[in-house]
Design a binder for this molecule. Sequence first.
Ligand code: ARG
Length: 589
Amino acid sequence: MGSLADKLTVVFADAFESAGYDRSYGEVRVSDRPDLCQYQCNGALAAAKRYRTSPREIAQNVVDTIRAPEVVRDLSLAGPGFINVVLTDEYIARHVQEVHDDDRLGCEAVARPLRIMVDYGGPNVAKPLHVGHLRAAIIGESIVRICRFVGHEVIGDVHLGDWGLQMGLIIAALEESRPDLPYFDHDFAGHYPDDPPVNIADLEEIYPKAAERQKTDLEFAESARQATVDLQAGRPGYRALWQQFRDVSVDDLRQSYEQLNIRFDLWLGESDTQDRVRGLIARLKQEGYALESRGALIVEVGEPGDREEIPPLMLEKTDGAVLYGTTDLATIEQRVEQFTPDLILYVVDNRQQQHFKQVFKASYKTGVAPESTRLEHDGFGTMNGKDGKPFKTREGGIMKLKDLIALVTDHARARVEAIESVREYAEDEKEDISRIVGVAALKYADLMNHRTKDYVFDLERFSSFEGRTGPYILYAAVRIKSVLRRAAERGLQPGRILAPLSESERDLDLKLSELPGTIALAFETRAPNHLCEYAFQLATAYNRFYHVHHMLNEEDAQRRDSWLALSEVTLRVLERVLDLLGIEVPRRM
Ligand code: ARG
């Protein structure tokens, strides 16, 4: 069914056609001057060039053909040839009723769904999940949800970093401190212990120390390098140990993601390419794509006409270890084989732009990806501290995601407990609300900026119940729930939606109709920020309406029930948008 703008576009396309012009000029959009009109059509300006007529004349001809008194209240020409549109209140109300009656709230699902894979999150096993990974997970989850709602078939993959040097560093460090463990005994033939020798806290301590140490301790760096090679080559003790590191990490990661309302369909990682990576390298060598270069193996990806030089993709180091790019290439091969995706989206930090350029070019060049699989890097900026540098803890260390979640929850708790109605709730409900509000503050603040931009972490501002914040929008949603609950307690039912009585009611009606266009834009640009802005505007429109019309005291029953229906559809739209952002809504607060 589409939005009001979509419906008007049909009316205008018809009009352009009957006036003797091409239909394609009939596009109507929401007015950027809401003080003058609700919708506008600027097609006459473009048509003027083609038909060598003045745009005002074309616009006038179009306006003269439109006979739709039940739809249009006012049509006027403005400026060089814009057509300004004001709709009848009855038509607007009829549309909102249709939105209300539609499961998909007016949004049509795509006719031809694509199969889309989304690679997001990208945490590294054994390394703490830090705020750098936060954006990948938050933005990626929203993109997954948007693609899915639009009607595509979506497969989200966490793509664990579990096959690189960090594994060798931990193995080497543990081998040194616990040489007695059977994993390090070459002759060990028994069953390795079922319980891992380390827990997540140990891993989080061992890794940063080892990473620091390798910078100065060359002997240690060498054993870590060797351990990485041996692990990749299949040394049984290392494999067993590695598997346990991975399990311990994944358990911990799942918990953090769960609290953030983030769910992956696949928990694959770099290591899942181990069975195919050697075969791939052999083929690329044989077909002349992989070249020897100073002992290492590379794929040239630069081309003669390139504007800037792009370095080759490294496949194998001199010692035979494979790299980040190799596993990415093999992962594409695997995804293509297993899923034949039309599109693979990589939601990864902007700073890896060059890496993905190399990987994508190498994939097409070597036939790993067919032309029919589109590879796309959707990069994002950094979350900075107030000093403008990547966000750190107060002590200057990297902030772990778990600690960040605790921080936002604690911060929200103080504010949530200050809400009068919340005081009497049971402790665990308060706790749940605090987490939901804290995470909403964090996610909304992250998603409201265009993903490619950096932004500053400012918990005070994120957590305010005023302005463009998660808590403000949750509060609006919960307020609607409470109105509907009170109405239900009095036995009142939402009725038919009537023509708006006031400007604030009309504004709310019009806002409700903008959902399809907003989702389409967010999908096309992979940019959830459009949904954040929309949620804010819708919440604000509802709040204005709520303050003007005292629903439950209204004596005209039809009017009251119409407002209840309007509240109901507003809540559904708001909840839908929040769900697309990956933000939960508490039952009450
Ligand atoms: N693990 C990587 C990192 O921490 C991110 C992985 C992104 N995905 C990919 N297919 N390379 O930087």
